[in-house]
Design a binder for this molecule. Structure first.
Ligand code: NAI
Ligand SMILES: NCC(=O)COP(=O)(O)O
Length: 356
């Protein structure tokens, strides 16, 4: 997605299949058949191994092959770490079995990555509800990745390159998978401070941005309108951000920006090449939908979910399991392709930086 640097040694990415009843297997087969992606992976010296069930891939392949859809990779010849779970899965219908399978794929990928076999993991989507049904109480893949790698401070960031202008929208969520009613008590000065620290570090390490321009959203409508529409900005957020700016003068911090208008300029930078200067290096949104509605509206097919703060690279498409269209041949692999491209660029960059 960002550079075509070549690693001096072959680097390995794990690609987990996600929920086998969803579109994960289909988009994996489409992505691995994509000539542009394969050219980039070969050029960067990065190899992808699927972690899942060969049997599940073959069932999807058999169904999709009867439809006239995009080219698919042949499951016979792709590199796969076959976990052969032998679970019964009905395409389009998530279940306890499909939840158990997708959990096992990711758990194995993490263990193998921590053991040094892979430099990064790309995850196809899972359904949180079926993880719960299978007895795995994690809000999402992000939290499992963090727990298994013993990471306390991590963040969910979405990275999307505009197909119109090449400008890159980066959005970190301050809170993620919690009910809306829990957002304001979860947002604290400590949380925002370490999320900003994580963001600064990721922009520097992964994107080479030393002097970032950051936009931070307010929490309340109009950023509280001087306490009339909510008090958090007045009580602590404004002071915290101004102290942060003083502590890190190399960061240009615009904040707190009223959460609705914050997305006007990135929208212009996304669509109009003459206006990319209006875009900031990154945006900090206070809760899931404050960040993800604009991200998906602008770049549903381009956006990539990346977990920052982990000891290895992790990316994922921005969408879910899409059970409603699984097995129909119409799922777009674009976001997964972008996720693989970004993961490849990040592992090469980290490998090259560590050598210096
Ligand atoms: N990274 C992950 O593992 C994610 C998982 N999910 C999970 O996915 C499940 C379903 O969630 P929803 O909110 O319905 O979101 P969804 O993204 O699965 O589907 C929303 C709509 O977008 C369409 N869509 C999604 N991906 C598409 C693609 N690649 N090509 C064409 N159309 C596509 C679907 O058909 C559906 O109409 C939930 O259980 C949720 O937990 C949701 C988001 C991310
Ligand atoms: N809405 C984003 C999302 O659900 C990603 O979840 P996960 O990557 O933690 O599984």
């Amino acid at each position: 997605m960002f550079n075509n640097r070549r690693s001096d040694r072959q680097l390995h990415l794990a690609l987990t299949l996600g929920d086998p009843a969803g579109i994960g297997p289909e988009i994996a087969l489409k992505a691995l058949a994509n000539p542009d992606l394969n050219k980039k992976l070969t050029g960067s010296n990065v190899k992808v191994t699927i972690i899942g069930d060969r049997h599940q891939l073959e069932s999807h392949f058999a169904v999709l092959n009867k439809l006239s859809c995009e080219p698919l990779a042949d499951p016979e010849i792709i590199t796969i770490l076959d976990l052969a779970t032998n679970l019964e899965v009905e395409i389009g219908q998530g279940s306890k079995s499909s939840g158990a399978a997708s959990f096992k794929y990711l758990d194995t990928a993490i263990a193998q990555t921590l053991a040094g076999k892979f430099s990064g993991i790309v995850t196809a989507p899972i359904a949180k509800s079926y993880w719960q049904m299978a007895g795995h109480s994690y809000p999402g893949q992000t939290e499992l990745l963090a727990e298994r790698s013993n990471t306390q401070k991590f963040g969910m960031m979405f990275v999307a390159k505009s197909p119109h202008t090449d400008w890159v929208l980066k959005t970190l969520l301050a809170t993620v998978h919690i009910p809306l009613a829990a957002v304001t008590q979860t947002l604290t000065p400590e949380l925002i401070t370490w999320k900003l620290d994580l963001l600064r570090r990721s922009l520097k390490t992964d994107f080479g941005i030393d002097r970032p321009r950051l936009a931070v959203a307010g929490i309340n409508p109009h950023s509280g309108e001087d306490g009339n529409l909510g008090h958090e900005e007045k009580d602590w957020l404004r002071d915290l951000l101004s102290n942060y700016q003083q502590k890190y003068p190399e960061v240009e911090l615009s904040a707190p920006i009223p959460p609705d208008t914050m997305w006007v300029n990135p929208g212009k930078a996304w669509h109009d090449s003459a206006k990319t200067h209006l875009g900031y290096d990154a945006y900090l949104a206070m809760y899931h939908d404050q960040g993800l509605i604009p991200v998906k509206l602008l770049g549903f097919e381009q956006a990539v979910n990346t977990t920052i703060g982990l000891p290895f690279v992790r990316t994922s498409p921005d969408h879910g399991t899409a059970f409603d269209i699984a097995g129909k041949g119409i799922a777009s692999a674009d976001s997964l392709i972008a996720a693989i491209e970004l993961a490849a660029a990040l592992v090469v960059r980290r490998h090259e930086t560590q050598k210096v």
